[in-house]
Design a protein around this ligand. Structure first.
Ligand code: GDG
Length: 517
């Protein structure tokens, strides 16, 4: 469908199609849920939309004899839920909640969100052994450390690989059952499913297949140690479109394929052809529902929560820093704590005048590295608090818990600075959520240059997380920032995230996927 753009915003003579034109600059008007819905209808026509991810967007758990529905903390589900709410379709994911079976029909299906159903969730059931090998094993002990340069050694075990391959097959069966022979757009998420695209390409000739890789792709030197590198690459090349956050990851993928496979590379078009099948690579930074976040942050409920948190943590008259993360060794949490320690030693005038709140959601606790990190963080907090405490005041509050998504914006709002100190990160949504929550144009973002987000968020204070002294000095600089500079930087950051929101991200991927046909 072609459009006839007049370029006049709000002009009633513009034919309907023009509103669904994808304008990469997107400066014409913002992408919204509504605009994405129209765009998807026009671009995908009668293709079924199917999203596949490991983590489910809604999980049912048994709590005190009752069933509760929670939204797990994960960048992937946070980003995709608004899109599925806008477009409808089916989301296929691992049903991992203790009350999931009881809350779905006999094929693992249910409508979500439970209080206002907008799309179908299809749960895939895995045995403990399958979950162990596929998720805790190959995905998170091999691929996760392999792709992040955070100096944690990957572990490659044959039994993990076999479970991983088997589970990719189970997901392929579930997707094939959902789409039958119908035309479909299957949008796969992340490193848990490197073999799935090839399985679908071979068994679902009417499916258009795209995948988003949410973590970094390393350089060929790092990737070459993977014993199943050819299988992983071959599986991913089953996609029509393979998207990464930034160009650098695309280049790394091209170089890796060049090194490891017999394939034809087109560096101009960012495409790889093998066995007469082409895969396009695309850099497209993920984002958040900016308006959703911003307006929730400005709500009266959050206003009340802000007051509550200020009282609970005794924040009146103090400068406040925050960190919000899954407890993961890629997020640079010990480095951040060392920076707080150094800051208080170098700038003792902030004693009793400063609080750092770290939300550290336990994550992947069945893996020893993660348990060790949890212990390290707790010990560090104890040590630093002991060193600096005076009277009832301690500088660091560690919340070892999952904070409800409804109140998360209140935590962002109480913070003068949000510390994002990842050692390596595909994007980092916390950085964007903080910016979106500061509708008052206050606050500052301290951001690691090793995040994908650092490419876009130029007005953040970018500091190498390995340089602890610099981080400490940057905190002091932020706390003495002139009001105009603080406001100017935040205003600009908000413009950037407002413009490149998650609806634009999804539209860009769908647009480019359809163009590969
Ligand atoms: C991967 C990539 C990429 C955290 N604590 C709580 C909570 N969270 C939410 C945050 C945010 C999400 O979890 C974390 O997002 P990130 O982007 O930091 O990271 P990963 O989970 O590592 O995700 C990453 C992302 O995929 C998307 O492509 O950006 O680079 O590693 O949304 O708010 N949410 C709630 N309670 C918490 O306590 N509700």
């Amino acid at each position: 469908m072609t459009s006839h753009k007049t370029g006049v915003e709000g002009d009633s003579r513009i034919p309907v199609e023009s509103s669904i034109e994808f304008n990469p600059g997107s400066m014409d008007r913002p992408w919204t849920e509504e605009r994405l819905r129209e765009f998807v209808r026009a671009r995908l026509g009668d293709r079924k939309l199917v999203v596949v991810s490991n983590r489910e967007p809604y999980m049912h758990v048994e709590k005190d004899g009752e069933t509760a529905c929670i939204q797990p903390a994960s960048g992937v589900t946070v980003a995709l839920d608004p899109i599925m709410k806008a477009c409808g379709g089916t989301w296929v994911a691992h049903g991992s909640g203790s009350a999931d079976r009881a809350s779905s029909d006999n094929r693992g299906r249910l409508k979500v969100p439970p209080d206002n159903p907008r799309y179908t969730l299809r749960r895939v059931w895995l045995s403990k052994e399958e979950e162990d090998g596929y998720y805790y094993g190959f995905s998170n002990r091999a691929l996760w450390p392999l792709c992040h340069v955070a100096y944690t050694r990957p572990e490659f075990r044959r039994e993990h690989w076999e479970a991983y391959a088997n589970v990719n097959g189970l997901f392929a069966e579930a997707v094939l059952e959902e789409i039958g022979d119908d035309p479909a757009f299957v949008f796969i998420q992340d490193y848990h499913f490197t073999l799935l695209p090839r399985l679908l390409r071979e068994n679902a000739p009417n499916a258009l297949i795209a995948q988003f890789w949410h973590i970094p792709w390393p350089n060929p030197e790092a990737f070459r140690i993977c014993p199943w590198k050819k299988e992983v690459l071959g599986g991913l090349l089953g996609n029509h479109l393979l998207a990464f956050h930034i160009q650098y990851h695309c280049m790394n993928f091209l170089d890796t394929a060049d090194r490891e496979l017999e394939a034809r590379l087109d560096r101009e078009r960012f495409a790889i052809t093998r066995w007469e099948q082409s895969t396009r690579l695309l850099p497209v930074p993920i984002s958040i529902d900016f308006d959703g976040f911003s307006s929730r942050a400005a709500s009266t409920a959050i206003e009340a929560e802000v007051r509550h948190l200020r009282t609970r943590f005794h924040l009146e008259g103090k400068r406040v820093a925050i960190g919000v993360d899954r407890l993961d060794y890629t997020k640079g949490i010990p480095e951040r704590l060392h920076a707080v320690d150094r800051f208080l030693s170098r700038y003792p005038q902030y004693k009793e005048m400063f609080v750092f709140i770290q939300i550290g959601v336990p994550s992947r606790v069945h893996i020893a590295e993660y348990r060790r990190l949890g212990e390290e963080v707790e010990a560090l907090v104890e040590e630093i608090n002991w060193r600096h405490k005076t009277g009832p005041w301690v500088p660091i509050v560690l919340l070892h818990e999952h904070v409800n998504q409804d109140v998360l914006p209140a935590y962002y709002r109480i913070a003068d600075v949000c510390m994002v100190t990842s050692l390596h990160d595909g994007m980092n949504l916390v950085a964007k959520e903080y910016v979106a929550s500061r509708f008052d144009n206050r606050g500052a973002l301290l951001l690691s240059p090793f995040t994908g987000a650092s490419r876009e968020l130029q007005e953040a204070f970018q500091v190498n997380p390995y340089a602890v002294d610099e981080m400490a000095d940057t905190l002091a600089r932020i706390f003495s920032l002139p009001f105009e500079e603080e406001e100017g930087r935040m205003r600009k950051l908000r413009e950037r995230v407002l413009d490149a929101n998650v609806f634009r991200w999804a539209a860009k991927i769908i647009d480019e996927a359809v163009r590969t046909l």
